[in-house]
Design a protein around this ligand. Sequence first.
Ligand SMILES: CC(C)(COP(=O)(O)OP(=O)(O)OC[C@H]1O[C@@H](n2cnc3c(N)ncnc32)[C@H](O)[C@@H]1OP(=O)(O)O)[C@@H](O)C(=O)NCCC(=O)NCCS
Length: 138
Amino acid sequence: MEIRQARNDDLGAMCAVDHAGNLEERGGFIRKSVHEGTAHVAVLDGGVVGYAVLEHTFFERGFITMLMVGSAYRRRGVGAALVRHVECLCKSKRIFTSTNRSNLPMQSLLTKLGYRHSGTVDDLDPGDPELFYSRQLR
Ligand SMILES: CC(C)(COP(=O)(O)OP(=O)(O)OC[C@H]1O[C@@H](n2cnc3c(N)ncnc32)[C@H](O)[C@@H]1OP(=O)(O)O)[C@@H](O)C(=O)NCCC(=O)NCCS
């Protein structure tokens, strides 16, 4: 598996990986991330199977704003490899991310990779608080 910065010609494949989201809204986010150089894709057998977006706008700390693996490619280590890849690109000493309380797979992945719970924010998604996680990198 290769992980590299996303290019304009990955846009279609990145949107196709992401069946769950509102395609119009998510498509705009993906396009912006690719243009800003914050999106990174995992490529397997020549096809995009997942992507991660790392931004540095959260209190000037690295923050994984999105991690997405195509449903047919989950539980094969792609998500963990993407997280490890963007950790290497993170410019801050601590990296952050967040996920809904209902998202047990993401919480499980983060715990496995050594992240710890840094706090909770209510009132983003009604009835489904946002759990923030972080990991010290150096
Ligand atoms: C969360 C997500 C990115 C995980 O990607 P993945 O490629 O399946 O994860 P990995 O194969 O690298 O899993 C690493 C570890 O995470 C944990 N994990 C991943 N999926 C899990 C699940 N469904 N249930 C329980 N634990 C899970 C396990 O500990 C796993 O290690 P193991 O397979 O050796 O037990 C994927 O499920 C996904 O894209 N979900 C939809 C988008 C999303 O919710 N993104 C996160 C919020 S931005």
